[in-house]
Design a protein. Structure first.
Length: 315
């Protein structure tokens, strides 16, 4: 039987890259992979081509480039990168263009990497979370959730994947531990006593492949993925054990975090605060058991630390 092609947005990034590598490593031979990128001549795109992926140009800011890049594909993984531009409106426009192009190309199955609309449980009138940019509580969540309607309206059978906090953020996103004045490594996050669902970024794509494999049973379904849901103290203890030194956890007040001044600090602060306000409901929406069914290789935090702890910078 001919292989079915999965076209992957964000192929040179964390989520899409994990899916490309998962398909290339898949022994079932069911799928081939098409990596979509704005720049096929980048080092990352060339590495994907060398690893066996078909690489095609596509730019979500130029909607006319998308349907030709999706032609003949059975499935499409759609992910947008809020952190490149910090604009919820642009993120919604990109996702809408992806949804329309998938329908135009008559793709059979879309997996859209969405997040919750935080305003459903914390309306704009709720002053516990400051309203941002006039109409959002957590812009990078809310814009993705708004795009769900574009996928529904476009009509292609769609599954909705909700990612958890990448543990890789401890390496690449500046949220890892820092040494306090006593020289002790201190992990500081605003969790409000709540557990944090986390995942190895590479596992998100592996879970996405599991969703494509489910076929029609996954259409219209939501899949929240997590490797393990841990408290701040648990993460610090495990990090310390992996590093062979003491790591302590500091639960930062939400207002302090929102005021840190780095780009996106208010958005991130509101995100953590929203997770705390939702409590068990937020944890329930990201299920390690379901994630392991989708991806039997799913790592827990100890598993992620085994390969990555030494790459965590501790400034
Ligand atoms: N970090 C976390 O803990 C976390 C957790 C949950 C959800 N998320 C969400 O994950 C999203 C980012 O995904 P990621 O971490 O996989 O991204 P990433 O590693 O930063 O890579 C971004 C990818 O997006 C592609 N891209 C950007 N603009 C594009 C455009 N206009 N057209 C086509 N492709 C475009 C880039 O491809 P080229 O440069 O090759 O074109 C690249 O492959 C964010 O929106 C964030 O909200 C993050």
């Amino acid at each position: 039987m001919a292989k079915q092609t999965i076209a992957v947005f964000g192929a040179t990034g964390a989520q899409g890259g994990g899916l490309v590598r998962a398909i290339l490593a898949d022994r079932s031979g069911e799928y081939s992979v098409r990596a979509l990128t704005r720049n096929p001549s980048s080092d990352k795109a060339k590495a994907l081509a060398q690893a066996g992926a078909e690489v095609r140009a596509a730019d979500a800011d130029q909607p006319e480039t998308l349907a030709p890049a999706l032609a003949g594909a059975h499935g499409v993984y759609c992910v947008t990168n809020f952190w490149e531009h910090f604009s919820p409106e642009r993120e919604l426009a990109q996702a809408t263009a992806m949804a329309r192009a998938a329908a135009q190309a008559k793709v059979g199955h879309v997996v859209w990497s969405t997040l919750e609309d935080t305003r459903r449980t914390v309306p704009l009138s709720d002053t516990r979370l400051p309203t941002l940019m006039g109409k959002y509580k957590v812009p990078h969540f809310d814009a993705k959730a708004e795009a769900d309607a574009a996928f529904e309206q476009a009509g292609t059978p769609t599954s909705y994947l909700l990612a958890a906090f990448y543990w890789d953020n401890f390496i690449h996103f500046g949220v890892g531990p820092r040494r306090n004045q006593d020289g002790v490594a201190q992990l500081a996050l605003p969790l409000g006593g709540q557990k944090l669902p986390g995942i190895a970024a590479e596992d998100i794509g592996k879970c996405a492949l599991g969703i494509f494999r489910r076929g029609a049973a996954a259409h219209g379904q939501r899949f929240g993925v997590s490797g393990e849901n841990l408290s701040g103290d648990e993460m610090a203890q495990k990090m310390g054990a992996a590093l062979g030194e003491k790591v302590i956890f500091q639960d930062v007040p939400f207002d302090v975090y929102r005021g840190l001044g780095f780009p996106g600090a208010e958005d991130m602060g509101n995100m953590f605060h929203y997770q705390q306000l939702l409590g068990p409901a937020f944890l329930k929406a990201r299920d390690p058991e379901l994630s392991r069914e989708l991806n039997p290789e799913l790592l827990d935090f100890d598993g992620w630390l085994r390969t990555n702890a030494r790459s965590i910078p501790i400034p």
